[in-house]
Structures are given as C-alpha cells and as structure tokens.
Ligand binder design. Structure first.
Ligand code: CTP
Ligand code: CA
Length: 222
C-alpha cells in the first residue's frame, strides 16, 4: 500500500459510489422500490474517504446520515441515479452497490389513482438503464476499476460470474441474501474478480467489509 503525501493511500484519487434503493413512482403517492438499507454502500463511501479519496455518494432514499468527508447526491429514480453517476465521472473507481429497480412504470399517473369497483389497475413496466453496464463500457471516462454487487438468493458464484461478464465490470461483490442481510449490520460476501479469483470473507460487520474492500481498492489503484 503506497502512502500519499498525507500518509493516506487514496489521496488525490476520486471515487463514485451508488447506494440504497431507487424509487420509481406509480403516481404521486405510490411507487416501486427495492429492499436496501444503504448501510453497505454508505460504509464503503466512508471507508474510501478515510483512505483519502474524494468520494461522491449517489444515494437513493435511505435513512442514513452523510459520512464524514463524503459528498452526497440525493436521487430517487434509476434514471436520476444514472445522470448523477455520469456527472461524477471521470473517477478512478466506481462502486455500484445500489439496489436499482429493474423496471419503472410506463406512464406515471399525474394524480392519485383511486380504488375503483372495476378492480386494481394494471401497471405497464419498462426496463431501467443498467448503470453498472454503462459505467463499465469502454471509453475515455471508464474508471480504471469498476465494482458491482450481486445480491443472490441461490447459485451465488454462477450468478456473480455471469454478471461480471455481462456487465463488463472488473470485480463483483457477491452477497448471499438468503439469510439476514437487509438492514442488518453484518454481511458475508465473496469477492469475484475477472481473472477467475474468488475470495470468501467471513461474516463481519458492514463497516469491516467496507474497510477491507477499500484497502483492496487502494492496493489496486493507489
Ligand atoms: N445495477 C445497475 N443498474 C441497474 C441494475 C443493476 O447499476 N439497472 C447494478 C447494481 O448496482 C449491482 C449490479 O448491477 O451492482 C447487479 O445488480 P443485480 O440487480 O444483481 O443485477 P441485474 O442485472 O439487475 O440482474 P437480476 O436483478 O435479474 O438478478
Ligand atoms: Ca436487478
């Protein structure tokens, strides 16, 4: 680990981190969202900042305060998240930990939809942009290191490896969400790398997972 001028390995480096869910409106009072407390992503933003990085944290709606030394950009929808991530580029590293809603409602109602005797409304869904895949695409603004997450309830390794190649990112943090993960303070993850590497980290606090990942990032790009 090379130390920067102030002794911190990521001084002079920049990072963009996504965290939390996105919220896709149905009408002014309802929406579609994903389960995510944002804790793991916020902890990663904090850990990168502690190592000296300039961190932009693009956050969906969560009940967490901004970590010290981190700039937070608050978003609701996947498309807002994508725009905020693009505005934060170029960056040396991107960590996409957000639980992005895969679909949004086509034709959001401008007024509250009322219950009617005819039964529930049907929702037409359209696919949201894949922010991780877009950031991973080759180009002058591609960060040198792009890290995605894969939250899976089964076949973690196969799903994580498939995402690694489909999205074109460099590392995937695989997360087994069949147990107690959502909202919890601890997490068990496996780090999958493009070169075929897989490293399982024992269940530990989300803060510890974040510090470990930040040190790995510093080793790689610092
Ligand atoms: N991701 C993203 N934009 C999306 C969907 C996902 O940036 N529209 C990112 C997530 O932040 C995460 C990674 O892609 O880092 C994997 O997300 P996941 O939901 O597991 O992958 P999907 O491709 O959406 O596959 P599925 O939900 O069908 O498992
Ligand atoms: Ca998804």
């Amino acid at each position: 680990l090379l130390a920067g001028p102030d002794g911190r390995p990521l001084t002079g480096r920049s990072a963009v981190v996504t965290a939390g869910p996105t919220f896709e409106p149905i009408d002014p009072v309802r929406g579609l969202t994903n389960r995510s407390s944002g804790k793991q992503g916020y902890a990663i933003a904090a850990a990168l900042a502690e190592l000296g990085a300039k961190v932009t944290l693009v956050s969906g709606p969560v009940a967490l305060s901004v970590p010290a030394g981190v700039e937070r950009v608050w978003v609701e929808t996947a498309r807002e998240m994508q725009a905020a991530v693009e505005a934060a580029l170029p960056a040396d590293v991107a960590v996409m930990s957000a639980a992005v809603a895969d679909w949004r409602v086509d034709g959001v109602a401008s007024g509250k939809i009322k219950k009617a005797p005819g039964g529930p409304p049907s929702l037409a869904l359209i696919e949201n942009p894949d922010i991780l895949a877009a950031v991973s695409a080759p180009g002058p603004k591609r960060p040198g290191l792009v890290i995605g997450f894969a939250a899976e309830t089964a076949d973690l390794e196969a799903n994580a490896r498939a995402k690694l190649s489909r999205k074109g990112c460099d590392w995937i943090v695989g997360n087994d969400v069949s147990g107690e993960v959502f909202g919890a303070d601890a997490n068990a993850v496996t780090l999958f790398t493009r070169d075929g590497g897989a490293e399982a980290w024992p269940r530990q606090s989300k803060a510890e997972v974040a510090r470990k990942l930040a040190v790995r990032i510093a080793d790689h790009i610092g």
